[in-house]
Design a protein around this ligand. Structure first.
Ligand SMILES: Cc1cc2nc3c(=O)[nH]c(=O)nc-3n(C[C@H](O)[C@H](O)[C@H](O)COP(=O)(O)OP(=O)(O)OC[C@H]3O[C@@H](n4cnc5c(N)ncnc54)[C@H](O)[C@@H]3O)c2cc1C
Length: 554
């Protein structure tokens, strides 16, 4: 397996059956992907299983920021601010097509929890701890400057503001780019493959797993010197599968985001604002929409397909109208929404928003290693911790020596640009690619969407688009087919929802563009994946369900 291809999957699964690996990873979110890359790049034989699509758990449902964790300052967690703040620079440099700087405005309002003094102090500490680049360091703003920067913030309550930087990302794309790189280093990774049982030796030590290929319904086994449980909100369930007496360690909370077209909410900048109940909320413009989030409420319902409750949608609408009475946002302005669940570490007596976002490792008597909590931003450091543990055990228990972590210097798939980050150089690079691509008639904005999804791999899609364009002279179809060809053959997209949700994020940012191409996309996937008509219809029905879930609030 040197590429993550849906068409090779069936044979690859048969090839791993009953085989032995150094490390078996359960869970294909950002945590599992990061561990796979770290371990494979240190030379370990790695096999990873994901029961849904890659990133279909929390890793496609976040606020989509690679951020230094200003919030940790409130909890006086200086070590985390330092580590995570510095880490965002590394994540950005290794994947600059999907992790880009974003100017943020933090409005200061009368009777808000953040005064001018505390905001200035917190951001100053943040600049220092996170080693923020000079040009991205905080700038305090007067009331007039704040309104000039973001006219929608004008209100009697506004006292001033601050400007600082976060990094925006596309969480599922980041996860998939990490996963693809792990595959380049030799990892075997499978989506739609669920672990349902552990395999033990005579000493009750876990030495492997049984998994079901959810597409064929067939069961297989693989063996591993070590097994890591990186299943996010399912970590407790997978610990219990190993040990019925394992105690609950997670506290699951839900966070939703609402999406509003820019025509209804013409926000110029991202803002991070005080809600008045000790919580802060982001509003982030992206393409033709603005998304606002998030909430933080206890959750114990459907983990795989969370619904969105009307009261949470209303909470975000009210929060935004409070900071921007001018916006006068209404329920009918909301185009769609998404919900995700946080795998937080349980702390007795604490409310959701008081819980730390730190990660934690749990060790089971069987040798199973579990990891949960944390953030997208710290995924590389979480992976390093796990593989360092494996390194120690390998030496002690098997006399095998492996090297230290090298992922700091590994460019992720699509991030292999021949220059160090500069926005100007990145734009020049994209412009040069567009100069060629435009001969197929593609619009510059459509091309940009592709470029900021696939980075340096855009070239492969462009070459295919030329091929298809030369056959039919249909620009739209040529590019749709080329992109689907890429995600099927290089990103293991197996279902229509994989394309519209985790590979492109269209369901969040361009939901209105889905309907006109949905059936064409289904026909193309049918051609590439050999679906029967019944299977194609099943995929369309599933996509319709997802569209309903994103637009109907309970
Ligand atoms: C609303 C919200 C906003 C957030 N915003 C941010 C943000 O802006 N920035 C940031 O850095 N972090 C953010 N986070 C946190 C971040 O998204 C999570 O920490 C991260 O995505 C967790 O990744 P994970 O891989 O541990 O879990 P997941 O992504 O959930 O991955 C676990 C995977 O395990 C799979 N699995 C479960 N059981 C099995 C099994 N039996 N066999 C095989 N596979 C299995 C699941 O299907 C799942 O895909 C946010 C979280 C939420 C909920």
């Amino acid at each position: 397996m040197d590429k993550l291809s849906a068409t090779l999957r069936k044979d690859e699964i048969k090839m791993v059956d009953n085989k032995a690996f150094d490390l078996v990873i359960i869970g294909g979110g950002i945590t599992g992907a990061g561990i796979a890359l770290d371990a494979a790049s240190r030379g370990l034989k790695v096999c990873l299983f994901e029961k849904q699509d890659f990133a279909q758990g929390t890793s496609s449902r976040s606020t989509k920021l690679v951020h230094g964790g200003l919030r940790y300052l409130e909890h006086l967690e200086f070590g985390i601010v330092r580590a995570v703040g510095r880490e965002r620079k590394i994540v950005h440099e290794n994947a600059m097509h999907v992790v880009l700087p974003e100017k943020m405005i933090l409005p200061i309002i009368e009777n808000g929890s953040l005064g001018e003094f505390t905001t200035n102090l917190a951001l100053k500490m943040y600049d220092f701890l996170a080693d923020v680049k000079r040009e991205e360091q905080r700038k305090m703003l007067s009331k007039e400057e704040t309104i000039e920067a973001e006219p929608l913030l004008e209100s009697d309550k506004l006292k001033g503001g601050a400007m600082y930087y976060e990094y925006k990302t596309n969480d599922s794309r980041l996860t998939i780019e990490v996963m693809k790189k792990a595959v380049e280093y030799g990892a075997k990774v499978f989506n739609y493959s669920e672990i349902f049982e552990y395999i033990y030796d005579n000493n009750s030590k876990v030495i492997g797993v049984k998994f079901k290929d959810l597409l064929s319904g067939l069961d297989y086994s693989v063996y591993g010197k070590y097994v890591v449980n990186a299943t996010g909100i399912w970590v407790d369930k997978m610990r219990k599968l190993d040990d019925k007496k394992a105690e609950k360690r997670l506290h699951i909370t839900q966070g939703i985001h609402i999406v509003v077209p820019k025509t209804k909410l013409p926000l110029k900048h991202s803002i991070y604002f005080d809600v008045g109940d000790n919580r802060m909320v982001f509003a982030i413009p992206r393409f033709d929409v603005v998304y606002i989030g998030t909430t933080d409420t206890d959750y114990d319902k459907n983990m795989e397909s969370p619904d969105i409750e009307l009261k949470d949608v209303q909470y975000l609408i009210d929060a935004f109208n409070n900071i921007s009475p001018k916006a006068n946002l209404k329920l009918e302005d909301i185009e769609s929404a998404w919900a995700g669940m946080r795998p937080l570490i349980h702390e007795e007596g604490k409310a959701p928003s008081e819980l730390s976002r730190k990660d934690e490792i749990f060790y089971s008597d069987s040798g199973l290693i579990s990891i949960a909590g944390g953030k997208l931003t710290g995924y590389r450091l979480m992976a390093k911790k796990i593989v360092d543990i494996v390194k120690k055990r390998l030496k002690k228990e098997h006399g095998i020596e492996i090297g230290n972590c090298i992922t700091k210097d590994i460019k992720l798939a699509g991030g292999e640009f021949p220059f160090k980050y500069s926005m100007i150089r990145l734009i020049e690079y994209a412009d040069n690619m567009y100069d060629e691509a435009k001969q197929t008639g593609i619009d510059v904005n459509e091309f940009k969407k592709i470029f900021y999804r696939y980075g340096t791999n855009t070239e492969k899609i462009t070459n295919k688009a030329f091929e298809y364009y030369n056959e039919e002279k249909n620009t739209k179809k040529a590019w749709l087919k080329a992109e689907i060809w890429y995600v099927v053959n290089h990103e293991a997209a197996l279902r229509l929802t994989d394309y519209f949700i985790r590979r492109t994020g269209m369901i969040h940012f361009h939901i209105k563009d889905i309907e006109p191409i949905k059936l064409m996309a289904a026909d193309i996937m049918q051609e590439f994946l050999g679906w029967t008509d019944e299977e194609k219809q099943g995929n369309i029905d599933e996509m319709n369900e997802e569209l309903k879930r994103a637009t109907n609030f309970l």
